[in-house]
Design a protein around this ligand. Structure first.
Ligand SMILES: *Cc1c(COP(=O)(O)O)cnc(C)c1O
Length: 359
């Protein structure tokens, strides 16, 4: 598909951009441009790909996304390489997952090459927005939503795919070395629901529990399974790994109620390369508490694109509280984080073909 390029009338002047990039925070600063591609069943599918100024999108008040929440997204980062170019980490996996999410939400598939080309197009004009802070990256947010003006309940026939980008500094406000979790009574996903899809609705449902966690002074919420309220699932936007003192590592299996993280998948490979025995197995909150208390469990890490690999230091519920190891970052967590970030930024050799360099 040919992209139509629309000139930007007033991109941010470079001195103001440079000032903003010194302290980008997370998710509040955006680059100058965006990509949009429209879908219309009556016009044969995807059409009108544009690369243009980032600007508000006009929507009919009856647009079905506003009523029935047909919306999905992806989250990925571009990383500056030693030669100055930008590279993406396993972007084909994001393209595949995007289509799995689309299928669950009864939305049309977007060809994987068009997904990737959209990101290339955006970075070709907004590469200057790479943040200057240590550990910074350019966060990329592709998303799709239903635009058809129709209040009946059925899949929409018109959609918009958009890609925006946001220079990112540190994900956690506190920048604390280990995060504190609040065990929620709310659940995130039920069997047969949309837990494995990256859809906005899952996040809407997680805001109250996350707000409770913040109000109680914690960084993140931990969700248990919806049926027995016993098995550990994941955080609001991160998967979990439990490291034992015998060199084994447990991570919850992909049963359909957790999000299949690309960081999770990459860590399974890297942990096995380190000689650790990774098992995808259900792990209960009671067992975690017991293992942390006895010292059998030595580390817990949370992982996702936004925060990469983050140690969990403390876990609290209405009834109890326990500390993981010394409460700070553990050795394996730190080593894995360094290795993964090293591969992403080109400091460590990419032996898996995970890094896609952009010209
Ligand atoms: C995106 C996401 C993750 C992490 O996935 P990555 O591909 O590693 O970024 C984990 N849990 C939820 C709920 C998510 O939305």
């Amino acid at each position: 598909m040919k992209f139509q390029t629309l000139a930007h009338p007033a991109p941010l002047p470079s001195d103001r951009r440079a000032a903003a990039l010194e302290n980008p925070g997370f998710g509040t600063l955006f680059t100058d441009h965006m990509v949009t591609i429209d879908y219309d069943e009556a016009k044969g599918g995807w059409h009108s790909a544009t690369l243009g100024p980032r600007q508000p999108i006009a929507l009919d008040p009856a647009a079905s996304v506003l009523h029935y929440a047909q919306e999905i997204f992806e989250g990925m980062k571009a990383y500056r390489q030693p030669d100055g170019s930008l590279a993406l980490f396993r972007p084909e996996e994001n393209a595949k997952r995007f289509n799995k999410s689309a299928a669950r939400l009864a939305m049309p598939a977007l060809p994987e090459d068009l997904f990737l080309e959209s990101i290339r197009q955006l970075l070709s004009v907004d590469g200057e927005w790479y943040p200057s802070v240590e550990g910074g990256s350019l966060y990329i947010r592709p998303f799709m939503f239903a635009t058809e003006a129709f209040l009946g309940v059925r899949p929409a026939k018109q959609y918009k795919f958009v890609v925006i980008a946001s220079p990112a500094g540190n994900y956690f406000k506190s920048g604390s070395p280990a995060v504190s979790l609040w065990v929620s009574d709310y659940t995130r996903a039920a069997p047969g629901g949309t837990g494995a899809a990256k859809c906005g609705g899952n996040y809407a449902a997680s805001l109250v529990p996350t707000g409770q966690a913040f109000a109680k002074g914690h960084d993140q919420v931990l969700f248990l399974d919806a049926v027995e309220k016993k098995w550990i699932e994941e955080l609001g936007g991160m998967n979990l790994f439990f490291v034992m003192d015998d060199g084994s590592v447990v991570t919850p299996p992909l049963t359909g109620t957790i999000l299949p993280g690309i960081t999770r998948d990459s860590l399974i490979t890297l942990l096995r390369e380190e000689g650790l025995n990774v098992r995808e197995e259900m792990y209960s909150i009671d067992q975690w508490r017991e293992d942390a208390t006895s010292g059998k469990l030595i580390e817990t890490m949370a992982c996702g694109t936004a925060a990469v690999v983050t140690p969990v230091g403390k876990v609290t519920s209405e009834d109890y509280s326990f500390t993981i190891g010394s409460g700070g970052p553990g050795q394996i967590t730190s080593k894995l984080r360094e290795k993964l970030v090293g591969i992403q930024t080109g400091a460590v050799e990419d032996t898996h073909g995970w890094v896609m360099k952009l010209g």
